[in-house]
Every structure is written in C-alpha cells, then in structure tokens.
Design a protein around this ligand. Sequence first.
Ligand code: TYD
Ligand code: MG
Length: 437
Amino acid sequence: MGKCNTCGEWNSFVEEIITKEPSNSITHIISIDKAKPILLEDVENIHLKRIETNDSEFNRVLGGGIVPGSMVLIGGDPGIGKSTLLIQIAMQTLGKKILYISGEESEQQIKMRAQRIGGENNLVYVFTETNVETILQQADQIKPDILIIDSIQTVQTARAESVMGSVSQIRETANILQQYAKKKNVPTFLIGHITKEGYIAGPKILEHIVDTVLQFEGDRNYNYRILRTLKNRFGSGAELGIYEMRGEGLRPVSNPSEILITSRDEPVSGVAIAATMEGQRALLIEVQALVSASVFGTPQRSSNGFDGKRLSMILAVLDKRCGFTFSTKDVFLNIAGGIKVEDPAVDLAVVAALLSSFQDLPIGDDVCFSGEVGLSGEIRAVNKIDQRILEAEKLGYKRIFISKYNQKTTYTNNIKVELVKKVEEIFSKLFMENVLN
Ligand code: TYD
Ligand code: MG
C-alpha cells in the first residue's frame, strides 16, 4: 500500500514480521505465575514507599518521589538534556544502586558527563547494551534499586524480528521491561525520542504501557528546561518542574517566578504579568506584546508560547467590545523565558499587554492579572484563585485583577484585589484612573 487510509500519509507502511514463539526466552527471569482472580479486599496493600531523590523538581513532577515498580517514560527532543537529567538523578540519589543502560553512548562518554555533573553516588553501574534479554540478565545479578534505559529506541528483543526502533520492537521491549519492573519492583525509567511529528517513539503505544509520562522541553536558545507531567498514575497529571542547564548539569529552579520576570529600571509599555497555575504550583509569568502599524495589506500575527488562535480571538473581542482596531496593526505576542502556557487565566494579562502596547502606556510593575476572557468580552472565573493571589502577594505585587465571579476566600492585606466583569473595564481601570486623579 502506498497511502495510509487512516492518516493519509504516503509511504508510511513498513513490513514487520512477528514471531509467535520467543526465540531467546526470558521466561526464567519473568516467570508468569498462574494467576487467578482474588477479592479486592484480600489484595495486600503495597507499600507505596517512594524513593525521594534530592532533586525537588524531579520529585514534584513524579508526584512526590519514585514509586517502586513504576515505569516512567521521559520524552524530549534530541539534545534537550534527557540523558543529563537521568545520569544526574543517578549520581545524586545516594545510597541507591542504579543500573544505567545506554545504547547511544560509550562508557567513557557517560563517565565524562557524570564527572561534569558531580554527585557522590558510587553505586552507579553503566552497561552499554542493546539486547533486552542480556540487560535483564545483568539486572537480575546486580539487583538495582533503579533501572534507567537510554533510550527505548535503541533496545531490542529477539522476540520481534523487525529492525531496532520499529514499532513492534518498541512495544515488545517496553512490555518485557514493564513485566520486569512490576515483578521485581524495580522502578524503571525509559528515555524516548520525539519524532518530528511530536510523538514519543512514533505512535502513542508507549504512553499507554507506562505509568508516568514526562516531557522534557525548552527552547534550545534559552537555558531553561521544563519537565512536564503528561500522565501520572501516581499523582497529578499536570505538574511542572523547571531547570536551568548549566556547564555542570541541570540546576533545579525552585523559585521560577523570579527568573521568568524580567527586572526593569523603568516600566515599558506592552508588558503585563499573569498569575498562572501549572499543576499544583502558582507561577507568575511575563506577557510581552508589540502592536505596531502594519506596512502590508494583511497584518501580521505572531505568537510565541501562547496559542495563536486564542490571540486572534482576544483581538476580535477587543475590536468588538472596546473599539480598538487591530485590523490595521501587526501584533506580536511573547511569553518571556521561552515557556509555553496553557492556563486560560493568562488571557487577562494578554489583554492588558495588548492594550498597553496599543496605547503605548506602561502598566505599573506592581500589577498582575488572572482571568479568562470569553467571547462576549466577559472575564471568567479561574480555578485556585487564592493560591494565585497569595503567590502574587508573596512576590510583592500590590494589585491583582481577577474576575468578579471568582470567589475569594483568603484574606490578604498587602495586595489590592480588583474585580472586573468585562474587558472594557480593564482599560479604564488601568489607564484612566491616573489621568482622572
Ligand atoms: P543530553 O543529555 O545529551 O541530551 P539528550 O539526551 O536529550 O539528547 O544533553 C546534551 C546537551 O546538554 C548538550 O548540548 C550539552 C548540554 N550540557 C550542558 O550544557 N551542561 C552539562 O553539564 C551537560 C552534561 C550537558
Ligand atoms: Mg541522550
């Protein structure tokens, strides 16, 4: 077949031969017990005694440490720092025996990297092997506390006869590793490459097999890296950890708001601060907008870190409800620090930044925003408003704009909470009051 009926891609079919009988059996390692149903009541409580690493960001994204027997997939673009992150966790989790399998680098390369990073764990074993049966035989001898596979695309099994890195190889090896992890209660980390379509290991098969999926992302031009939870059977599925890539490895950033907000000597127009939530954590980020007269017939719209369609929607709302004509203007929007946000509460800061740039009037540097904008221009309530306000207060903000429909329950006295109902009110509250006073 030349064309796939499902996705419409050409030449994406590959022949794969699947053998039924495992030619090199590993059943002596993973002997499957004769299982029969048991009463839920009788199931023994497994002790979810998590292994805490001394990397607070890593613990956070896993939901509080490494769960024994769990399988975690870490995906990310090449060169983003996946190997660095895991060798660093290995080197710094003292007292734990770690087996680091690499199918990509030599022992010397791993050693050089480990030396660069530092860390005192002297129980880290490295093994450059790609055959999963051999890997598990060694694992059975060493009995590691944590197993790391770098990467799942470079391991293979004799059970599937297709080439390394193919779909059936990945599925088969992941299944074997999964059984091993569960059986021996060894937490296993799989590193996975992202294809250019953005999938980990091509199709989504792996994401279903593993317990936790983490994504390591970041703009290669910036030093900041974000470790995001995409799925977690043992914790929140929307956590976020932030790192800074340095010469000596990754440094966890425990107070991200400070790095995400540019400090300036004097206020500039087009900048607004948003109080967002990423998972369980409140984060203040800087939204930058530039609105300028368009030279061409079709005005340009460009957005970095914020959904382009959402930007168009907000521009249309401002046009219709507030009478600001953006149709003859080029609009550029940027979230500082190269991070991507999905929290709808950023909308209000986007509105403020756009208006500020449109009128070339700066917003005070002690003001921040948190609210979603609806199609009729109404400001909608957002979740966890108290936590957002508290974080803003903690960072020294004096005024926060939120939706009138948000129920605030905590009492704050160092920050003034401004309730707004419609986008129209933002402009007058921000820029007219000073003029009138
Ligand atoms: P790497 O972990 O090899 O990426 P991946 O496994 O995701 O492909 O990271 C490679 C990049 O990280 C490389 O460009 C060099 C940089 N780096 C540092 O900046 N500092 C360091 O201490 C290390 C080990 C790597
Ligand atoms: Mg690597």
